[in-house]
Design a protein around this ligand. Structure first.
Ligand code: MG
Length: 622
């Protein structure tokens, strides 16, 4: 029996590993709950240090449970920096962590979130239950509903809105074209009191015939095991500009319904993001006003005493209008059945916590706005992106503050994800502790840094920075570094200063920044341009890692001159933690070489401190 068991084990190893050496996982991913308990929390991380992901290969996520592995549903969002999404399923108590391994192979898919389009609409469903319908076709305004002359009705024809939003029990929670406000459309997002070229444009009150919002095109429709949804481009059009009818704002809605909750658990979870860019010559001026922006018009069966609001600050219909909140719940009862939706404003939103428009009348319907314009005049300048993020918690029952706050914590303080990548097969080893064969010193001379007994290279101060012999364009780079313990009288930029200059142009700073707030000249910064999202610097003397995905700036030849068409982009993990997420770098940093179309080497900076490096590898990308 024993011998047979061993043979079986050997056969299984052969089956798993094949004829070549048994490779480990492509990456090990750890999720820490942090200060809050997590229940069915969606998490995601860019796979910037996994070349197989960048190459679009099929990947499978396995949860580590002791010595066994359980494949969990996962979804890779494609793109220049692919992003892995999955659900931290079940409960993960505060302070605990979970470990996963990423391996080659097909992802597990069970129940799917589907996005299905027809000629008029796109419907997102979880399993067989519909969650929402987005209208891309023009929806004709109904006749005879409101006191609007028939000749004016076409002004009210509209696309680019969500209706219905269904509850998990199937109740329609939204309303459109109600008699009191014919222009109200479920969930939609126009601005109200704006001006362009000094003339008033009202994208909200379409009956005024100065502006409207229209669907333009889909950028994606996604069906998946973790989320499904769509990205739709919408045009905010002004009718009477100096150029006639003109698109002032290009907006992209990115709407994702997660594969959590459902009719049995009694909730849906949705992430909504609107990215708006002024594409006209002049800024769009937003005047101070009491409504406009992200809007929700509830079912007309919610009226008066059977419905109300509850904000994160405990305000209701009586006292909520004009106040600010992190979230606002809108709920009502139909035939003894209570349902609602909480809208959360992301902490990074403009004017967060955002002021709100609620209808205060005791006998009114439910209408809700997050309305940054209540806080004063602001501008949308040409070419600048304005991003508004709102999470929706669609729920059965009355608002449960503990549950709503739990989801707030997931949204505002997500669990920390750490990625540790293995050196991929075929990576170019730039340094493995043995020699400087891949490097050269200043002006192409020999490298005067030293190799230590523990297999590291260490800066010999004043001997000069070193560069790779190879030029780089797009790549994945892994490097490990250690800053020296400096005497306490040495301050700031004098403490263990070095840096990785990508293409000799853009410096990713190395410094002893242990325990300091993140700043744009501290460790992990893109020097003087951008602070890391968080400072995860270890103590001097401890080895640290950088994992970098870099996409070089793109240039075109225009009349013999290179003209930049796209900025460089970078994603960086510091000690496995994401600190720059697909960040555009607009120009060279500090002492970097000027930008240009030619590839250049990677430079390790001699800033006069004995910083050490080890285990450096590179994967050039096509
Ligand atoms: Mg430096």
């Amino acid at each position: 029996m024993k011998a047979r068991g061993s043979a079986l084990v050997i056969m299984m190893v052969l089956l798993v590993c094949g004829a070549s050496a048994c490779a480990g996982p492509l990456a090990t991913i750890t999720v820490e709950a942090g200060a809050h308990a997590r229940i069915d929390t969606p998490v995601s991380v860019p796979l910037a240090s996994v070349p197989q992901a960048v190459a679009g290969q099929a990947l499978s996520l396995q949860e580590v449970r002791g010595s066994s592995r359980v494949t969990v549903p996962a979804q890779v969002e494609p793109g220049p920096t692919p992003r892995l999404h999955w659900i931290l399923s079940g409960t993960l108590p505060a302070g605990q962590k979970r470990t996963y391994e990423l391996v080659a192979g097909e992802a597990r898919t069970d129940r799917q979130v589907k996005a299905v389009k027809d000629e008029k609409n796109l419907v997102v469903s979880v399993g067989d239950a519909k969650v929402m319908q987005y209208h891309h076709a023009m929806w004709p305004a109904p006749k005879g509903v409101a006191k609007v002359p028939d000749a004016k009705l076409p002004l009210y024809d509209h696309s680019a809105f969500i209706h219905p939003l269904w509850s998990p029990r199937g109740t329609v929670l939204t309303d459109i074209n109600p008699p009191d406000h014919l222009h109200h459309l479920g969930i939609w997002m126009p601005w109200t009191l704006t001006s362009y070229e000094g003339k008033k444009v009202d994208f909200w009150n379409v009956g005024d015939a100065t502006g409207t919002v229209r669907f333009s095109k889909y950028l994606s429709a996604t069906t998946g095991a973790v989320y499904g949804g769509f990205q739709a481009e919408q045009d905010h059009v002004a009718f009477k500009t100096s150029k006639g009818e003109q698109t002032i704002l290009k907006e992209v809605w990115d709407v994702r319904v997660y594969n959590v909750g459902g009719s049995q658990k009694g909730y849906w979870l949705v992430d909504f993001q609107s990215t708006q860019r002024c594409v006209a010559d002049q800024p769009l001026i937003q005047e101070e006003y009491r409504y406009g922006g992200f809007g929700f018009r509830a079912t007309r069966q919610w009226k008066g005493a059977n419905c109300d609001y509850l904000t994160s600050e405990g305000k209701t219909r009586k006292d909520g209008h004009g106040t600010r909140a992190r979230w606002c719940d809108n709920y009502g009862t139909i035939d003894g059945q209570t349902e609602g939706v909480t809208f959360y404003s992301h902490p990074k939103n403009f004017q967060h916590p955002e002021p709100m428009r609620l209808w205060p009348g005791a006998n009114e319907h439910i209408f809700f706005n997050f309305c940054p314009s209540q806080a004063g005049r602001w501008e949308m300048k040409p070419g600048e992106d304005h991003v508004f993020r709102y999470r929706w918690f669609v729920h059965d029952g009355k608002p449960d503050v503990a549950e709503i706050e739990r989801i707030w914590n997931d949204y505002a303080n997500p669990p920390q994800v750490t990625v540790k990548s293995a050196r991929p097969e075929g990576a170019i080893v730039l340094f493995d502790g043995k020699d400087f064969s891949q490097w050269e010193g200043p002006k192409g001379g020999a490298v005067a840094w030293k190799i230590t007994d523990d297999g590291a290279m260490q800066i010999v101060p004043k001997s000069g920075s070193i560069t790779t012999k190879r030029n780089v364009e797009d790549f994945i780079l892994h490097a490990e570094f250690k800053t020296p313990q400096m005497p306490p009288e040495v301050k700031g930029q004098g403490r263990g200063n070095s840096g990785i200059y990508i293409q000799q142009r853009y410096e990713l700073q190395i410094l002893d920044s242990y325990g300091l707030p993140p700043k744009n000249n501290e460790c992990g910064s893109i020097y003087t341009f951008r602070a890391p999202d968080q400072n995860v610097c270890k103590k001097p003397g401890e080895w640290q890692t950088y994992d970098i995905l870099f996409r070089a700036a793109r240039f075109a030849d225009e009349g013999g001159k290179p003209v930049k068409k796209q900025n460089a982009r970078i994603t960086v993990f510091h000690n496995g933690v994401l600190i720059h997420d697909n960040v555009e770098i607009p120009n060279k940093t500090g002492a970097g070489r000027p930008e240009g179309p030619q590839p250049r080497p990677i430079l390790l900076q001699d800033h006069g401190n004995e910083v050490a490096f080890r285990n450096i590898w590179l994967v050039p990308l096509d």
